[in-house]
Design a protein around this ligand. Structure first.
Ligand code: BEZ
Length: 260
C-alpha cells in the first residue's frame, strides 16, 4: 500500500468533538456489551478518541490502555481520565510491548485505510485465545454525503481536490483479512444505523467541519465553506427530517478470537 493511502487524519478538535459527537461513544455502549469486560482483564481500546469508552471498560475492573493517533484526543483523554493509561500511536504501525486479553475498537478502523497493517497490529496485541471486538463504518457508509461532496466538486470542476479518506469494507472482505492473520471470526454483521446529529439545523455542517474536511484536505477555508454549504443543500431533501439531520451510517461489527 502506498504511503498516500496510509495517511490518516491526525489532528482533531478534541473539545468540539466531545461537545457535538457524543453519539459516537453513546452508540459504542452496545458494542461494549459484546466485549463484556471482566475484572482483572487487560484490554486495548484501539482508536480510543477522548477516552469515554476506555473509562467505561475500566469501570468493569479491567486494566485498559487507550491508543489513538491524535495528540489532541490523547491529551483530552488524559485530562478527563487521569487515572487511565493512554498512548499516542498510529494503529497501522504501533508495536505493542505486551499481549492483552482483548482488543476493542469503536468507530476508528475506517480511518486506517491500510487494513492489513491495522489488523496486524491488533492481532499482535492479543494473547492466544484473546478476543477482538470491533465496529466501524461498513460498505456504503455515509454514501449520500460522499456522493453530495463529489457532485459539488464536479459542479465546480474541482474533482482534483477530492480524497477518499475512509475504508468501508464488506463483511467478507474484512473477515478474510482477520482470518489471514490467525483470527477465527464467529460473529460478523453489516447493518444500517441512520444516525441523528445534534444541534438541529447546524447538524450536517458540524459533521462536515469535524469529519468532512478529510475529503478535501488541501482546500482553502473559503473553498471548504462554499463546498460544505452546497453539500448541505444537496442533502437537505433526503437527510433532514423533522428538524434533525440524519447521517446514513452503516456499521460493520465483528467478534473474533485469536486461534490457539
Ligand atoms: C463513521 O463513524 O462511520 C464515520 C465518522 C466520521 C467519518 C466517516 C465515518
Amino acid at each position: 500500500m502506498k504511503q498516500r493511502d496510509r495517511d490518516q487524519k491526525v489532528h482533531w478538535e478534541a473539545t468540539a468533538y466531545d461537545q457535538t459527537m457524543r453519539f459516537v461513544s453513546d452508540y459504542g455502549l452496545d458494542l461494549f456489551k459484546w466485549l463484556n469486560p471482566q475484572q482483572g482483564e487487560s484490554i486495548v481500546d484501539f482508536g480510543c478518541g477522548t477516552g469515554d469508552l476506555a473509562s467505561q471498560i475500566a469501570g468493569s475492573g479491567a486494566e485498559v490502555l487507550g491508543v489513538d493517533i491524535s495528540p489532541e484526543m490523547v491529551q483530552r483523554a488524559r485530562e478527563k481520565y487521569p487515572l487511565l493509561r493512554f498512548e499516542c500511536a498510529d494503529g497501522m504501525s504501533w508495536t505493542p510491548t505486551q499481549t492483552y486479553d482483548a482488543v476493542f475498537s469503536n468507530a476508528a478502523l475506517h480511518w486506517m485505510k491500510d487494513a492489513e497493517a491495522a489488523v496486524e497490529t491488533m492481532t499482535k496485541c492479543l494473547r492466544k485465545g484473546g478476543r477482538l471486538v470491533v465496529e466501524f463504518g461498513g460498505y456504503r457508509n455515509i454514501q449520500s454525503i460522499i456522493d453530495a461532496m463529489q457532485a459539488t466538486l464536479e459542479n465546480s470542476g474541482r474533482m482534483d481536490a477530492f480524497v477518499n479518506p475512509w475504508y468501508f469494507p464488506k463483511v467478507g472482505e474484512y473477515a478474510a483479512i482477520l482470518e489471514r492473520h490467525g483470527m477465527e471470526v464467529s460473529h460478523a454483521m453489516l447493518f444500517d444505523r441512520p444516525t441523528a446529529q445534534e444541534k438541529g439545523e447546524k447538524g450536517m455542517l458540524n459533521w462536515l467541519h469535524m469529519f468532512g474536511t478529510a475529503m478535501v484536505p488541501k482546500a482553502t477555508k473559503a473553498e471548504t465553506e462554499e463546498w460544505f454549504n452546497e453539500v448541505v443543500m444537496r442533502l437537505k431533501s433526503t437527510q433532514y427530517q423533522e428538524g434533525s439531520w440524519i447521517a446514513d451510517y452503516r456499521r460493520i461489527r465483528m467478534y473474533a478470537l485469536k486461534q490457539q
